[in-house]
Design a protein around this ligand. Structure first.
Ligand code: GLU
Length: 427
């Protein structure tokens, strides 16, 4: 298995873009590294009474277009380089959807499934207590990501407000709706993925009702992508794979005439593991976790972690596949990417496909600032507008410069960041 450093991949993708844009050395150097990063030790008193020390990071990659913005992950194999890569991708993500924000990302090395709720709360509060001076609604705004939830954002917001001595809901997004979260935020990433897939289907002259999809990952994003693929596009999802944390392996659940994503979501726990026995009872075929990629389907949606489509498994992709909608961040390795390009598979690149989450996070901050909250329809309508426009901008670049969609997305996004840097007088 290729051992890949995601930050090296992110830097290579940027280098390629810098060449195409003809960036000068200084501009390229600024964009190649994070602007600032914080590393902490976070002591937490566990339920046993003992103190356990965790490591955490926050990377503020670039704020030329606005405050840094991006999620915080709780993951046992978190590394500073993964966080750096994700922070870089956030910078391109906010730029490609043209929202006035920069990019950042955070991570704590922890397996959240091994903590009790009280331990999780103490970890979230201690993390915010370590970070509060360096974040803020106009500095750096966190949000949920892999391993973190709306409830955790709520605890972090509460800690920040206590330290500040005033209500600051805009310090963090993806909060529970009852305490300043936005309607539609939870489903936004998956919904946005489906909007970009809808646009890709249109450009390829396919009929959405006749399209089928196979999805890797059944956490928040995978579930919402599956539900909206069926509800919004009228297509069929024939398989979903997920990680099973009980026996630490992954499985693919399928039905040739289409799975029922809402049913599967109802038997999935908060960490995205489907109850295998209940699925079998309901007539689902259960295969190994890799089976999702070789399904006879039109669309593949990797919605789990980075490095899911690699040079080892890319040849297992079925001949029928026409579109890959990258719901996860960094799911395709550069070598696999070349194979997809050769095969003529249309890739909706990650930071375009999954920008729906941060777009609604931006709407959430706007609502927090106005202290006036929108209806779900309004949120979804505006999200659709932003994602459709972003897809259109990238598609136009893809046609104009005759480059693949990922390169086109980079040209659009990096171009916008560079423009802001110039106007600020940085370069
Ligand atoms: N974690 C999500 C992402 O990778 C959302 C970030 C946000 O809402 O700030 O896009």
């Amino acid at each position: 298995m290729e051992k890949l450093n995601p930050f090296k991949i992110a830097q290579e993708q940027l280098d390629n873009t810098a060449k195409l844009l003809g960036l000068d050395e200084a501009t390229h150097a600024i964009l190649r590294e994070p602007m600032m990063e914080f590393h902490f030790t976070i002591p937490v008193r566990m339920d046993s009474g003992k103190v356990k020390v965790f490591r955490g990071f926050r990377v503020q990659y670039n704020n030329a277009r606005g405050p840094c913005k991006g999620g915080i992950r709780f993951h046992p194999e978190e590394t500073i380089d993964t966080v750096r890569a994700l922070a870089a991708w956030m910078t391109w993500k906010t730029a490609v959807v043209n929202i006035p924000l920069g990019g950042g990302k955070g991570g704590i090395i922890v397996d959240p499934q091994k903590l009790s709720d009280r331990e999780k709360e103490r970890l979230c509060r201690s993390f915010m207590a370590a970070l509060w001076k360096n974040v803020g609604p106009f500095k750096d705004v966190m949000a949920p990501d892999v391993g973190t939830t709306a409830q955790m954002m709520g605890w972090m917001m509460d800690e920040y407000c206590k330290i500040q001595g005033e209500c600051c809901p805009g310090i963090i997004t993806g909060k529970p709706v009852e305490m300043g979260g936005s309607l539609g935020r939870k489903e936004a990433t998956g919904y946005g993925v489906i909007i970009t897939i809808r646009e890709a289907i249109k450009r390829l002259g396919l009929r959405p009702q006749e399209c089928t999809a196979s999805i890797m990952g059944f956490g928040n994003v995978g579930q919402s992508a599956a539900i909206n693929f069926v509800r919004h596009l009228g297509g069929k999802v024939i398989a979903v794979s997920c990680w099973d944390h009980k026996d630490t392996t992954s499985y693919t659940y399928s039905k040739n005439h289409g799975i029922d994503p809402e049913f599967l979501a109802s038997i999935t726990d908060q960490y995205g593991s489907i109850d295998k026995e209940k699925a079998k009872d309901a007539g689902y075929t259960v295969e190994n976790g890799d089976a999702w990629i070789s399904k006879d389907t039109d669309i593949l949606i990797p919605a789990a972690l980075e490095n899911a489509v690699t040079k080892e498994n890319v040849d297992n992709i079925n001949k029928r596949v026409k579109i890959i909608g990258e719901a996860a961040n960094g799911p395709t390795t550069p070598e696999a990417d070349k194979v997809l390009y050769k095969r003529g598979i249309f890739v909706v690149p990650d930071f375009l496909a999954n920008a729906g989450g941060v777009t609604v996070s931006y709407f959430e901050q706007v609502q927090n600032t106005y202290n006036f909250y929108w209806e779900l329809n309004d949120v979804q309508h505006m999200l659709d507008q932003k994602m459709t426009k972003a897809f259109g901008d990238v598609y136009a670049m893809h046609k104009e410069k005759k480059v693949d969609m990922r390169t086109a997305a980079y040209l659009v996004a990096v171009g916008r960041v560079v423009e802001a840097m110039k106007l600020r007088g940085w370069v």
